[in-house]
Every structure is written in structure tokens, then in C-alpha cells.
Design a protein around this ligand. Structure first.
Ligand code: HEM
Length: 530
């Protein structure tokens, strides 16, 4: 939620009136024990000029890990407690839906997994999740490598040009570069379409960015004016949005048509036995279309693809951006990562096997997700009245909530909670490093790895929902391993060839949020050949 900045006395008075009115309304509307929940005061006025999740953090420290936030005519319950988060996301998951988020995303993603109603979600999740099987992921390593190589080759070319003029460094907005890279990867991995956005700008690429921009606008604008009849035709940005959607939908429809025309039916086991490492098109779309008994209408398939395009693009670009932002401020950790890259890879390309050995790199990605979770808030709405359990320190109270309660699970607060992390605001990938205790049991510091043996990364199970890099419960991210592998490879390829430093000071890099945390004006970096 973004607020416009105002500073006159008159505006302040208006804000106070609005705050008081909204608190009153909230209490009247909510009723029950939710009324006894601590309430964040001054909700509206505190939100100016900085992303919402910063204010939610301050209120968490002040009011505890379950509190009520009155905002305008609406109230939200803000949860920063692992037990309560586990209850909502896993134990009683089907009593909650995506609420506000689904309302915003439905015009774009239709009945795709993120906004889908429960019945559609159950059916599609069963079909889509097996698509991310081990052989598919192994085949994706080549896609991640080829795309990352395209990016680093572009940097090498730019650097050589600079060197011919006597320079030794180039300056780039790495956030924009990661955005192009992530788009190329998701296009190829999900529907075998090469956006080629690292090197060119096409109408489809512009339409994808236009759509993402509109999704962000909708999630940060107070009044859903786009729901007003005729707004889609009368408001210029809404007309543009409809045009962008049509361009993407036409592109996806053509890909679906093509995949269906070349369909080779098989069951899941047969599909998984395909020689994924040799076939030309190993995409998820191929899997979804070829699967026997999974006949699905084109509209649903298009919604699925659109959802994965959006869910997998911005999140990955963001984690890479913040990983570099953090590393650039910690040159010794960048060196440590490069030492690992040199010893595991040397000058070689990454393989599925060598990727597993890049453990420090993987922990850098995970630590970047701890400090900058994508998205920083998980949004839910209770479908019926419910009782939230008491939680950890500072929160022993149970709360009854009525049906229709909007909830923000603040992953940002959980990940920076002083109750669960040493030096919560510091970048310390080592905090997750595998330790061997006297009995020879391997474990991540502070976590219990026996809860999830063989896990690729410290996850929500090991941390008992104190750490949610990819959410948790039945609606957990389907692309977690895809994303982790992709980010580790992209980061490794960059650091294999370049030293990176920030162009300005870290304070110059301003944060903004929509669905993800990103920068206001780009992540401007200086790259030097190693
Ligand atoms: C859901 C994070 C990459 C597809 C989620 C959720 C999180 C998340 C936290 C849960 C949302 C909720 O509970 O409300 C991330 C992060 C990524 C990433 C941090 C990258 C670093 C991807 C990729 C794909 C993907 C690459 C697809 C290829 C999805 C889908 C869902 C989802 C389809 C909805 C799952 C469902 O509701 O069943 N993601 N994601 N994500 N993600 Fe990801």
C-alpha cells in the first residue's frame, strides 16, 4: 500500500479524522475478540513515504506478533508469529483464500494457481506440481546456463568496448539486467518461448512489463477504479493494459495451439522417463499438454502459463538484485563466493552435479531471501470465523476472528524477528551453514534439519515456519527448486567473471514495493573483469 505524501496542517487534520474514523469503523466491523487485539495507532499517517512493510515491522516490535492494523475503512490482522503463520498456511489452510490478492490478480491470471478458487486450485496443483520433477529440473540447468551466459557475454562485450577506449569498468543497472534474464528463463522453462529480452525489446516483452506494472499499480492504489464499468475503455492506462493483455494472450494462445497440434500423449511415469536432457522442448507446457487424462481447456492452460510467467519472473529478478546489493557491501563474502566458484567450477560450465556443490552461493541466495523476502507479505482472507492460536514470545493470546478477516502474514517480520535470529538485520549467509555436533548430526544453526532430511535449502519445515523463503503449506511455491537453481547459476556466472561494486552508496538505493521489493531507480553497479 503506497501513500501519497502530504505535509500541510490541513492535510494532517484530515488524516487524523480519517485515522480515528477508520479505527472506530474497524472495531465496529470486526467485533468478537479481534476487538481485544492490540491495534496499531496512527495507521494512515505512519505510512507516508516508505514501504508498508517497514511500518509493519515497527508496529510488530511495539504491539507484538499479532495485531490489528486499521487502514482507511478496512482492518487487517498482521501476523509475525511462526505458530500462527503455520496454522493459517498449513494446519487450517483451506479455511483461508487469497482475498485482496486474488481480486487484484484475477483479471490477469484468471484461474491460475495463485488466485484460483479452491476447487480449481486442487485440480490444477495436482497436475502442475509433478511437472517440476527431477529430470525436468536437470534439463533446466542448460536453459539457466545458456541464458545466464547470454547476459555475461553481453557484459563482456560492453567491457571490451570500454577497454578499447582505455576504461576498465562498465556501469549497469543490474536490476534491469536480471529482470531481462529472469524473463528469458521463465519463457523458455515454462513454454519454450525465447523472449530474447537480454538483447532486444519486442512488443511481447513490452506487454509483459506493462502488465506487471499494472499489477503493481493495482496492488498499491487505494480505490479500485478499474472495476467501474467502462473504466477499461475510458481510462488510458486501463486501455493500454487491455491491449498488453491481448498481446500476451495471443502469444500464449499460439504456443498452446502449437503444443496441442504436436501432442504426444503419455502418462506421468512415461513423461518423466523421456530423455529430458536430449529433447528440444522440455518445457512445462509440453508436459502439461502431453499428460494423458489431463485434458484441459485452452483458457485454463493460458491462465496457468500467465501465472507462472508472473510468479517466476519478478521474484527471481528481485532475489538476484538484493543478493548483489548485499554482496557488494560485503567484499569479503563476495571473495568467499568466488573462491567457491573457482574451486568447484574453475573455468568450466555448471552442470547439475557441480551446482549441488555451490553450497555457499546457495546460502547467499537464501540469506538474500531472508532479508528481502519476495513477496514480503503473504495475503489471506478467512472464509469462516476461526480462532487463531497463541504463539511464541510476546504473544500468548488466542484471538477469535470473524469470517472475511483480511490477514497479512509478514514474512519480512518473521525473517527479521529479534526473537528468532541473531543479528537479524545483518547479512550472514554463514548462519545457515551445516554444522556437525558431537553426535555427528548435521544441522543448520538454530534449526532442526531432522524435520526435513535431505532438504536442498533451509526451509519452512526445518525452521518450523520461522523462515518462509517460498511460503509453506499446500499453497507453497511450486517453483522453489527451479528458482533456487536458476538464481544460484545466474549469480555464479556473474561472479565467475566479474567483481561487482555499487556505483553509489547503499543509502542511494531506495526501496519500493508492489508484489516484490525492488529499487526505485535501479541497482546501479560497476563491473570489473576478474
Ligand atoms: C507461490 C515465492 C519463483 C510459481 C509462491 C509463494 C511464495 C513464492 C512465497 C507462496 C505465496 C502464498 O502463499 O501466498 C517465490 C520466490 C521465487 C519464486 C521467492 C523466486 C526466488 C517461482 C517460479 C515459479 C513460481 C520460478 C514457476 C516456475 C509459483 C506458483 C505459486 C507460487 C505457481 C502458487 C502456488 C499455489 O498457490 O499453489 N511463490 N517464488 N514461483 N509460486 Fe513462487
Amino acid at each position: 500500500i503506497r501513500c501519497q505524501s502530504t505535509s500541510t496542517g490541513e492535510a494532517k487534520t484530515k488524516k487524523n479524522i480519517l485515522d480515528n474514523a477508520s479505527n472506530l469503523l474497524t472495531n465496529l466491523l470486526s467485533g468478537g475478540r479481534i476487538g481485544s487485539m492490540p491495534t496499531a495507532e496512527g495507521a494512515v499517517s505512519d505510512l507516508f513515504d516508505r514501504p508498508l512493510f517497514f511500518s509493519l515491522y515497527d508496529w510488530f516490535l511495539e504491539h507484538g506478533s499479532v495485531y490489528k492494523l486499521a487502514f482507511g475503512p478496512k482492518a487487517f490482522v498482521v501476523v509475525s508469529d511462526p505458530i500462527v503463520a503455520r496454522y493459517i498456511l498449513r494446519e487450517n489452510a483451506f479455511s483461508y483464500d487469497k482475498g485482496v490478492l486474488a481480486e487484484i490478480l484475477e483479471p490477469i491470471m484468471g484461474k491460475g494457481l495463485i488466485p484460483a478458487d479452491l476447487d480449481t486450485w486442487k485440480q490444477r496443483r495436482r497436475v502442475i506440481a509433478p511437472g517440476f520433477h527431477a529430470l525436468y529440473l536437470e534439463a533446466m540447468v542448460k536453459v539457466f546456463m545458456d541464458c545466464s551466459e547470454r547476459t555475461t557475454s553481453k557484459f563482456v562485450r560492453l567491457l571490451e568496448k570500454e577497454e578499447s577506449k582505455g576504461g576498465k569498468t562498465i556501469e549497469l543497472d543490474l536490476e534491469a539486467e536480471f529482470s531481462s534474464l529472469a524473463l528469458d528463463i521463465i519463457g523458455l522453462g515454462v513454454f519454450n518461448y525465447d523472449f530474447g529480452s537480454v538483447t532486444k525489446e519486442s512488443p511481447v516483452i513490452k506487454a509483459v512489463y506493462g502488465t506487471l506494472f499494472e499489477a503493481e499499480h493495482r496492488s498499491t492504489f487505494y480505490i479500485p477504479y478499474w472495476k467501474i464499468p467502462l473504466a477499461r475503455w475510458l481510462v488510458p492506462r486501463q486501455r493500454k493494459f487491455q491491449k498488453d493483455l491481448k498481446i500476451i494472450n495471443d502469444c500464449l494462445d499460439a504456443l498452446i495451439r502449437n503444443a496441442k497440434e504436436t501432442r504426444q500423449e503419455a502418462d506421468v511415469e512415461q513423461l518423466q522417463q523421456r530423455d529430458y536432457l536430449k529433447i528440444k522442448d522440455a518445457s512445462l507446457l509440453r508436459f502439461l499438454v502431453d499428460m494423458r487424462g489431463a485434458d484441459v481447456d485452452d483458457r485454463q492452460l493460458r491462465d496457468d502459463l500467465m501465472t507462472m510467467l508472473i510468479a517466476g519472473h519478478e521474484t527471481t529478478a528481485a532475489v538476484l538484485t538484493w543478493a548483489v546489493f548485499l554482496l557488494a557491501q560485503h567484499p569479503s563474502k563476495m571473495k568467499k563466493a568466488q573462491t567457491e566458484i573457482d574451486s568447484v567450477l574453475g573455468e568450466e560450465r555448471i552442470t547439475f552435479e557441480s551446482l549441488k556443490k555451490l553450497t555457499y552461493l546457495r546460502l547467499i541466495v537464501v540469506e538474500a531471501l531472508r532479508l528481502y523476502p519476495q513477496p514480503p507479505l503473504l495475503i489471506r482472507r478467512s472464509l469462516k470465523s476461526d480462532n487463531l492460536p497463541g504463539g511464541y514470545k510476546g504473544n500468548n493470546s488466542e484471538y477469535a476472528i470473524p469470517a472475511g478477516t483480511d490477514i497479512f502474514i509478514s514474512v519480512y517480520n518473521l525473517h527479521r524477528s529479534p526473537y528468532f535470529w541473531d543479528k537479524p538485520n545483518e547479512f550472514e549467509p554463514e548462519r545457515f551453514q551445516v554444522k556437525r555436533d558431537s553426535e555427528g548430526i548435521e544441522g543448520w544453526a538454530g534449526f532442526d534439519p531432522s524435520r526435513s532430511p535431505g532438504a536442498l535449502y533451509p526451509n519452512e519445515i526445518i525452521s518450523d515456519f520461522a523462515f518462509l523463503p517460498f511460503g509453506g503449506g499446500p499453497r507453497k511455491c511450486v517453483g522453489d527448486q527451479f528458482a533456487l537453481m536458476e538464481s544460484t547459476i545466474a549469480l555464479a556466472m556473474l561472479l565467475q567473471k566479474f567483481d561487482v561494486e555499487l556505483k553509489g552508496s547503499p543509502e542511494d538505493v531506495e526501496l519500493v514495493t508492489g508484489a516484490t521489493i525492488h529499487t526505485k531507480n535501479g541497482l546501479w553497479c560497476r563491473l570489473r573483469k576478474r
